[in-house]
Design a protein around this ligand. Sequence first.
Ligand SMILES: Nc1nc2c(ncn2[C@@H]2O[C@H](COP(=O)(O)OP(=O)(O)OP(=O)(O)O)[C@@H](O)[C@H]2O)c(=O)[nH]1
Ligand SMILES: [Mg+2]
Length: 383
Amino acid sequence: MTRDMLALSAAPPAKQPLVVLVSGMAGSGKSTFVSQLSSHLKKTRKAGYTINLDPAVQYLPFDINIDIRDTVNYKEVMKQYTLGPNGAILTALNLFTTKFDQVLQLVDKRAPELDYIVIDTPGQIEIFTWSASGTIITDTLAATHPTVICYVIDTPRSASPATFMSNMLYACSILYKTKLPFVLVWNKTDIKDHQFAVEWMRDFEAFQAALADDTTYMATLVNSMCMVLDEFYQHLSVVGVSSVTGTGMDALMDALAEARGRYDADYLPELERALKRKQAQEAKRQQGSLTKLMADMALDPAAAATAATTTSTTTTTDASQASATSEADRGHDGGMDGADGGDDTPFNPLHEDRRTRERDNDRLAQDRAEEASFSRFLGKSAS
Ligand SMILES: Nc1nc2c(ncn2[C@@H]2O[C@H](COP(=O)(O)OP(=O)(O)OP(=O)(O)O)[C@@H](O)[C@H]2O)c(=O)[nH]1
Ligand SMILES: [Mg+2]
């Protein structure tokens, strides 16, 4: 082992900032919350980094490090693609996602000196949560950095059991879609205290009591829902904040630290298991195509198996070897150069099918490239 390698193995793992994805219904106070969180980080001497993913927002009350509006002009998207506001937000997000690898490079460069990366999302919650681009952004971030979701709720607007339940169902759907650690942020507590909501979440009989006066069909539905959501509440951290006055921010920081622990304990091992499954599937697929290639080339299966083991440990030589074999076969095929060279393999019409072999060789080379890039990805996510 060289001195460099020893130094590398002794080095502590690089610092990883926590990604805080801020989600919530339109007007719940996401942007104000991001602003308050940024200034709290500054006050407590933590290094924060902010990303705005809302292309349609006019004004943001915080310093932005990466802004989707610098990449995509939402109004131009509306004009050029003749879209309405929501279609334009979605298209702008899709366009931005095509450049997300560059965003990640910027983030990765700064990551070792950062503590938090806070991300504001578009007002129309479903555009981020249920779009392919939102999923790509979320999954990519979660695969490269510890990531948690802060779901911001407008507390005064959730005071009735029906609106409370709608918000909880939405939060539940996001939790089950992303599977990421989740912090429920009851916002605007300067207007209404969030204790009623905590009570409803901890004790479903209290929630049923609040529903008692309501005898409509909706009340019956909401009543049955509260039992279903009981399990969901167990997986949450709950905090009450005011994004205007800044109360509750210390409790929020504790909840974020706890959520980060859940990312390390639950999400990361699951992610690694999923990557291993994918790697095994890929290896199986490669093995299949290699066996087929060997069969096409009329090599015996034992030789194919040996070759398969060899090819799985090398990256560059085998493609050229395969093409060398192909060259040898060519010498055998109907005497183009008349050099049978004493090869006693029985004549096989498949030998004539040079195009098939060439295509298989191309596929083999492609498999090598995919395997190499997948190994790189694994190496990155494991670090
Ligand atoms: N009183 C009070 N008002 C708040 C609080 N947080 C946000 N607001 C107000 O709620 C309104 C909406 O806040 P935003 O931060 O724009 O909400 P948003 O979720 O980002 O809105 P969209 O991005 O349009 O969905 C603004 O008028 C804020 O001043 C809070 O904690 N207390
Ligand atoms: Mg906003």
